[in-house]
Design a protein around this ligand. Structure first.
Ligand code: ATP
Length: 322
């Protein structure tokens, strides 16, 4: 096998560039030719390929986003789309495809492997941290820090006016970002899909904290159907808490952008390097991850579909510290 292709797919996450750089440079080291695929699975379907050498990935380790660009590809969800993708990979004589993305991307990669025998290796790249097989995913740490900085700023203004602030963070169906930013910012209440509270419980927690000596009250809420998000919760609180100045802030896509933290750059570098080493040693249809600071190789089909649990010990701790 002489050629490796690499793509970034789904929602972008800070550190994807560092992973592309690591894949490219490690592959060059082992004597592979590297093909960068533009715009995720869409680029596989349209053969939007470009050759990547060591210097093509210079100066990107610190950049957010992805130089290969990303996409959510509807056509790849169809068998016809995947036939085109596999045909292009085969005619380019690509021996293995590295997919940097989240659970959806790995579902797609798994189907491509099953239907067309393409050798795939996944690198977990999503701010949601919801993939099994790695303690952390690329971009999660940066997203946490971005959300924390934003919430710190909100706390300043909330304190000045003795306000009740409801801040919504990302995470799709997972509460990882909400839990850790809530702890890091000293939130009075954290609302997660994994530990849903009834409206009455939310109200009584808020009453307790607002009767204390605190100047402001900050509630961190995970986005999504499970919690209903900050807007829904604010409407449920309106009747009882309308007399307070209640503000809603949805942090949104700022959490995806920005320069990756040191931790994300190192994680991305490590995972990119390990992905190519896996290919070199003949391990494909796997995802590379880091668990307890050790490299872990997991069959790619086992990385999604199940819920990755948050650390419930942290939840207990925050209840005492808040
Ligand atoms: P994130 O969760 O961080 O946004 P993701 O990889 O989960 O990342 P998705 O939009 O869910 O993002 O998936 C990315 C792409 O993977 C989809 O646009 C689609 O092309 C492909 N994909 C997802 N699920 C499937 C599936 N069941 N079959 C084929 N392709 C799929």
């Amino acid at each position: 096998m002489k050629k490796i292709a690499v793509l970034t797919s789904g929602g972008d996450s800070p550190g994807m560039n560092a992973a592309v750089r690591a894949v490219t440079r490690t592959a060059c080291h082992f004597g592979y030719e590297v093909i960068g695929v533009e715009k995720g699975f869409n680029g596989l379907i349209s053969a939007d390929f470009r050759r990547l050498g060591k210097t093509d990935v210079s100066g990107i380790i610190q950049r957010g986003g992805t130089i290969l660009r990303s996409a959510r590809s509807e056509e790849f969800r169809t068998p016809e789309g995947r036939v085109k993708a596999a045909k292009n990979l085969k005619s380019e004589k690509v021996g293995a495809l590295v997919v940097i993305g989240g659970d959806g991307s790995f579902r797609g990669a798994t189907i491509l492997a099953e239907e067309h025998g393409i050798e795939v290796v996944g690198i977990p790249g999503t701010i949601d941290n919801d993939l099994i097989g790695s303690d952390e995913t690329i971009g999660y740490d940066t997203a946490l820090n971005t959300a924390m900085d934003a919430i710190d700023n909100i706390r300043d203004t909330a304190d000045a006016h003795e306000r009740l602030f409801l801040v919504e963070v990302m995470g799709r169906h997972s509460g990882f970002i909400a839990l850790e930013t809530g702890i890091a910012t000293g939130a009075e209440l954290i609302i997660l899909p994994e530990a849903l509270k009834k409206t009455e419980e939310i109200k009584s927690s808020l009453r307790n904290t607002m009767q204390g000596k605190k100047r402001s009250t900050l509630v961190v809420i995970a986005e999504g159907e499970e919690t209903g998000g900050a807007v829904r919760i604010s409407s449920e609180l309106e009747e009882d808490f309308g007399k307070y100045e209640m503000k809603v802030c949805i942090l949104g896509h700022i959490q995806r952008g920005g320069s990756p933290t040191a931790r994300d750059r190192v994680l991305s570098s490590r995972l990119g390097y390990e992905a190519v080493k896996a290919i070199y040693s003949g391990k494909t249809k796997v995802m590379v991850g880091i668990v307890n600071n050790e490299v872990k190789i997991t069959p790619i089909e086992n990385t999604f579909g199940k819920i990755k649990q948050i650390n419930f010990d942290l939840l207990e701790m925050y209840k005492i510290l808040r």
